[in-house]
Structure formats: C-alpha cells, structure tokens
Write a protein that binds this ligand. Structure first.
Ligand SMILES: NC(=O)c1ccc[n+]([C@@H]2O[C@H](COP(=O)([O-])OP(=O)(O)OC[C@H]3O[C@@H](n4cnc5c(N)ncnc54)[C@H](OP(=O)(O)O)[C@@H]3O)[C@@H](O)[C@H]2O)c1
Length: 292
C-alpha cells in the first residue's frame, strides 16, 4: 500500500486527492493524529485505510504503517528542536514495518551550511538518515510555498504594499497544490529512486516582481517594501500574531532569501509530472478566482 502521513494537513490533502485519481482507494493508507476528523472520515468512506499515527507517539507507528510499501513522510510544523527526532522515529518505524521506499518533504538548498534553520537542523540530517537507512528513497526538496505570498493578500491589496524579506534578491516559489501532484506521482510510480528532486516554479522572482504580478492580477497598485530578516519575527508576531518562538525560527529562512540561496530554478517538477508547474501569474489567478 501507498502511505501518506499527516492526512489532515494541506499538502497531504492535495497528495491524497491526486493519489485517488491514480490508484484504487484500497491501495492507499493514510495516517493522522486525528482519524475522527471530518476529512479522515470522508477518506475512510471512500475506501482509503485511515489509521492513527503520531510521530510523537512511537507506539502508534508500528500498527499505523503495517502493510505500507512506499511511504511519504510529511514533515511536521513542530519546533525545529523536535522535528528531527520525529522524523527519525517515523523513519525507523517505517523500516521496521517493511516499507521499501521513503519519500520525504524537505526544503530547497537543504545542507549542513543552510541558513534556513529547519533545513540545517531538520531536513538535512533527515535526508542523511534516510540515505543511510538502506531503504530506497526520493527526497522532495520543496521551494517556498507560493501561498506564503498571499496569506495577507487582503492587507496587501488594501495598503498597496507587499512587505517581505529579500530586497533585490530573487527567490523561487511553488504552489502547494502542484506539490500534491508531484508527490502523488512519485509515490504511485516506481521511478526517481535515490534521487533528490528540487521542486520550483520555472523561474524565480524578486520582491518587486512579485508585487508587480499581484498588481497585474488584481488590477490594483501594489509596491514592494523590504523587511530586514532581523525584523521579520517581530513583524510576524505583531501583524499576524505568530508566537514569538515560532516567529524567531524563521529568521534563518529570511536570511537565506536575502542571500539568494533560493534563487534556484530546477526542471524536476516537469520531469516528474510531465507538466509545467504553475507560474506566479497562474497561481495568483487561482487565488483571485477562489476569492470570487
Ligand atoms: N515549502 C514551504 O514553504 C513550506 C511552508 C510551510 C510548511 N512546510 C512544511 O511542509 C509540511 C506540510 O505543509 P502543510 O502546508 O500541509 O502544513 P499543515 O497543513 O500545517 O500540516 C501540518 C502537517 O503536519 C502533520 N503533523 C503535525 N504533527 C504531527 C505529528 N506529531 N505526527 C505526524 N504528523 C504530524 C499533520 O498531520 P495530522 O494533522 O493529520 O496529524 C499535517 O500533515 C509542514 O508541516 C512543514 O514541515 C513547507
């Protein structure tokens, strides 16, 4: 069976809905901390096997993963100090349960010297552990979700100002919905063994270019204003109420954007799915349509 962890998450939902188009429901096994959620119950109604699985509760994972042959382990949103342990627990349980191929959601430019804290402390060592596990694997290194550009779209349109880190550095993004297609394709197929896939839009964008694209799409004036990486955590907390500890953990990611570490475009998405990832304009058009 094909396993997707974290069934109630946004990425997982997209992966599962794509998988349901590619294979029979009885070939799909999903785990979640909350099998009683409306979404989990709906999946079960469709014939998907839904089990309780929590990376913080190792005893749940053996029974949860039983019967899985290929498994997509979706990284959690926990504090970076917790996430490596969670991933290693899940990897060990998957191996013990007989999983033969692991997919893991990593992050663009993960490495020992990555400026992004989660890449350096979580994704890179997880990738290393997976490669050393003896299982075959595919690492999905995701660019920044394009969704992060529009979480405050009402405010951006009302003020005519898009505030983000980066200055003149360009950065690649990718629509989370697209990542659901590619992850499902790799999970349901047998290709891309022992590969690291860099999943990005077909080009990168500076803050000015993102602001121009928003203005073009919504027909309103929008200009870009830089926020320094050091000031970003306070901005997130003041503006969006993000808890200070979580906000502080993003500073490395913002430094990485400023340093151009995400000005990195790859063709892997098209190679996997046979189709181009959405452009920023297409993504924004979808956001506009969804707003009605
Ligand atoms: N590339 C990017 O820009 C970017 C941006 C944000 C996040 N991410 C990463 O990508 C992941 C998926 O993003 P998303 O938008 O789908 O996030 P999300 O909607 O917040 O989902 C969080 C995911 O974490 C799972 N989870 C949380 N705690 C868990 C635990 N103890 N054990 C097992 N699973 C647990 C949840 O599963 P259940 O609730 O079903 O248990 C859910 O699938 C995030 O968790 C994060 O690691 C990447």
């Amino acid at each position: 069976m094909l396993l997707v962890s974290g069934a109630n998450g946004n990425l997982a939902r997209s992966v599962i809905s794509n998988l349901l188009r590619m294979t029979d429901p009885d070939n799909i096994l999903v785990t979640t901390r909350d099998p009683a959620s409306a979404h989990a119950r709906e999946l079960a109604r469709q014939g998907v096997t839904v089990r309780h699985g929590d990376f913080d509760a190792p005893e749940t994972l053996g029974p949860a993963f039983e019967g899985a042959t290929r498994a997509l382990l979706i990284s959690t949103y926990a504090d970076n100090s917790e996430r490596l342990r969670q991933n290693l627990t899940a990897l060990e349980a998957a191996k013990a349960a007989g999983v033969r191929h692991i997919l893991y959601t990593s992050f663009l430019a993960a490495g020992p010297d990555a400026l992004a804290e989660h890449s350096q402390r979580v994704h890179w060592p997880t990738e290393q552990a997976i490669a050393a596990s003896g299982l075959s694997y595919t690492i999905l290194r995701h660019a920044l979700y394009a969704e992060i550009l529009v979480g405050d779209i009402d405010d951006t349109l009302a003020t005519g100002v898009l505030r983000r880190c980066g200055g003149s550095a360009a950065c690649t993004y990718v629509a989370r919905e697209d990542l659901g297609v590619s992850a499902a394709t790799v999970l349901a197929g047998n290709d891309h063994e022992n590969r690291i896939l860099n999943e990005t839009m077909a080009r990168s964008y500076t803050g000015n270019e993102v602001a121009d694209a928003i203005a073009r799409c919504f027909g309103k004036p929008v200009r870009y204003e830089t926020v320094a990486a050091e000031d970003w955590p306070a901005y997130m907390t003041d503006k969006w109420g993000v808890p200070p500890t979580l906000a502080a953990s993003t500073i490395g990611t913002m430094r990485a954007i400023e340093a151009g570490q995400f000005d990195l475009v790859a063709d892997d998405y098209r190679a996997v799915t046979g189709r181009s990832p959405q452009t920023l304009d297409e993504f924004l058009a979808g956001v506009r349509a969804a707003r009605g």
